[in-house]
Write a protein that binds this ligand. Structure first.
Ligand code: SF4
Length: 194
């Protein structure tokens, strides 16, 4: 079990140990080692649900924070605290939520992430007009560079790979985390030679 939420990842709060990159590398390493993460504190004890308590001075929904945690490498499940029937209904609403309701791209405008330019696998840039799974291609690439052979095998079996990128720059325009996928896809294609 591990505590994951945007505040901890961005170094706000008691359990916010490590910079964003270090924490992302830990999640990738756990995925590579085959260790699944069950996420605790997805709402930072409720603070992230209240704009007056959130370090970002803006509240996101439970659904957005659950999706944020689920997108991290290695994460298998999120275990939200439940105090009453309403809490349970709020959490179960995740299963019926639309893509828009799960979208947490607003985080890309928050301090510390404003200058971040690495893929966080959020899929906000999807759907790719050509059909590439941009988030998955990035995830496999990051994992393979950490020595994950399984991810290498997964990459080789993708129907469309970085070399299929057509430089339309759709994802460059759509990415809230300022990733230049036009450069990144060239880098990934050169790394895998496909
Ligand atoms: S390129 Fe940007 S929008 Fe697309 S999955 Fe990565 S972080 Fe999300």
């Amino acid at each position: 079990m591990f505590s994951i939420n945007p505040a901890y990842d961005l170094n706000f709060g008691d359990y916010a140990i490590g910079e964003f990159d270090e924490r992302m590398n830990l999640y990738r390493r756990l995925e590579k080692e085959g260790v699944g993460i069950s996420v605790m504190k997805a709402f930072c004890g409720g603070k992230l649900l209240d704009a007056s308590e959130s370090p970002f001075h803006q509240a996101l929904s439970k659904t957005q924070y659950i999706q944020y945690a689920l997108d991290k490498p290695g994460v298998l499940t999120v275990l939200p605290g439940i105090r009453n029937d309403q809490d349970l209904q709020d959490v179960l609403a995740f299963f019926k939520a639309s893509k828009e309701e799960k979208d947490y791209s607003i985080l890309g405008t928050f301090p510390k992430l404003e200058s971040y330019n690495h893929c966080v696998y959020c899929k906000h840039c999807h759907p790719c007009p050509k059909g590439l799974d941009i988030a998955l291609i990035n995830k496999y690439y990051d994992l393979v560079r950490l020595g994950d052979d399984l991810a290498k095998d997964h990459y080789h079996h993708l129907a469309l790979k970085a070399s299929d990128y057509v430089a339309c720059r759709h994802c460059d325009k759509r990415c809230p985390f300022h990733v230049q996928q036009s450069k990144r896809m060239q880098e990934i294609a050169a790394y895998f030679h496909e």
